[in-house]
Design a binder for this molecule. Structure first.
Ligand code: NAD
Ligand code: GLY
Length: 359
């Protein structure tokens, strides 16, 4: 057994358990954390085929009664309509306040199931079982959830910390190369914000053999940040590196460009613009771009600046006539900088590059 446990200490303390091969035993941990209760497992159509049976069997072994709900995989399902269907499903199955929701899947599943667990009966117990790299290193930890509205990404949501996160890195072996790279973008983000040493793991191609350790490092960085600023009023905003531009790319693509890809381009563009504004050390953007290219991640966008600007201005990080950008000073250190909405188009323009590298 090679278990890594990261404790997250916010309004309640919970464990993020990372262990290869733990999925068939997840029921034991669920029982330890929640005691006897009924469980609704929420998952998407791809993950259901791969891992739902294993999870349901493990819960049954612990004599935990289950229901399950499967929605169509993909960001396009992360909307009010799917959320409403899940809430009706919980009600039809008469889940009570002492029962629980489990999110089994990637960030889309975690976000939508977390939202449902947060508002159904004003809140029921909630466990995250991430199955994408993106969810393992980022979205399953920290309690943010959301759905997308027509006007933009993640515009409705709540904070709902999970009671536990159970991460089996072996589940990541079934991800396509593209989905793996998508998650790497969020992991690289932790290197750019907090740690040059972590960034070098990626530069030196030390990923596959160190996956459990990389997930643990990202979770530790995220946990420490969330502990200082659970409700995203200060330091937690740093975790949005690449997201203002990234969300604009996602929206302009009608959500056909995956979140991690959009964030990768957002990070590269922000570093490039940061260099031109004299904030970012020269050479930083090149290092980020070279890494992204090697991992087949994009470094810019083909969408025009005015569409990007319109999309960026519906970003929830906007406050009145200002928007807070996260800008790297160098690899391992970023700052928050408020800029006027009138200046955002110029910033995006400075970040653009003729190259669009994507699989
Ligand atoms: P996703 O959940 O859609 O998963 C990506 C694809 O991988 C889907 O098709 C899914 O079915 C498939 N999949 C999942 N696990 C698999 C496995 N083990 N093997 C094979 N296929 C598998 O997307 P994602 O990239 O995991 O997450 C992106 C979402 O996360 C976005 O909506 C983003 O806004 C959100 N997010 C939330 C937070 C947060 O803090 N709440 C942070 C970052 C991102
Ligand atoms: N993914 C950004 C956050 O959790 O704050």
């Amino acid at each position: 057994m090679n278990r890594r446990t990261v404790k997250i200490n916010v309004n309640k303390e919970y464990d993020v358990i990372i262990e290869s091969g733990i999925l068939p035993y997840c029921g034991k941990i669920v029982k330890e954390k929640l005691g006897d209760c009924r469980i609704a497992v929420i998952t998407d159509s791809n993950v259901a085929d791969l891992y739902l049976k294993t999870v349901l069997s493990s819960l049954a072994e612990e004599k935990l009664p289950t229901e399950h709900y499967i929605f169509n995989a993909g960001e396009k399902s992360k909307n009010i309509s799917t959320l409403a269907d899940i809430l009706e499903f919980l009600a039809d199955n008469k889940l009570t306040r002492s029962d629980a929701v489990i999110a089994l899947g990637g960030g889309v599943t975690g976000d939508i199931a977390g939202f449902a667990a947060s508002v159904y009966l004003r809140g029921v117990k909630f466990i995250q079982i991430p199955t994408t790299l993106l969810a393992a290193v980022d979205s399953s930890v920290g309690g943010k959830n959301a759905v997308d509205l027509n006007a933009g990404k993640n515009l409705a949501g709540t904070f709902k910390q999970p009671d536990a996160v159970i991460c089996d890195p072996m589940t990541l072996s079934t991800l396509s190369e593209k989905e793996f790279s998508n998650g790497l973008a969020e992991a690289i983000k932790y290197g750019v914000i907090f740690s040059e040493q972590l960034f070098e793991y990626f530069e030196n191609d030390q990923i596959e053999d160190n996956l459990d350790a990389i997930i643990e490092k990202c979770v530790v960085f995220k946990g420490k940040t969330v502990e200082k600023d659970e409700f995203d009023t200060g330091e937690r905003k740093l975790l949005n590196l690449g997201h203002t531009i990234g969300h604009a790319i996602e929206k302009c693509s009608n959500y056909t460009i995956p979140h991690g890809f959009a964030v990768a381009a957002g990070m590269a563009m922000t570093a490039r613009a940061g260099e031109k504004c004299g904030i970012t050390n020269i050479g930083t953007a090149n290092r980020i771009e070279n890494l992204m290219k090697r991992l087949s991640l994009p470094i810019s966008t083909t969408f025009d600046c005015s569409s990007m600007t319109a999309a960026a201005l519906s970003d929830k990080k906007r406050s009145g006539n200002k928007i807070t950008l996260v800008i790297p000073e160098k690899i391992g250190k970023c700052i928050l900088k408020e800029i006027a909405v009138d200046d955002i188009e110029d910033f995006i323009n400075k970040g653009k590059n003729d190259q669009w590298i994507s699989t």
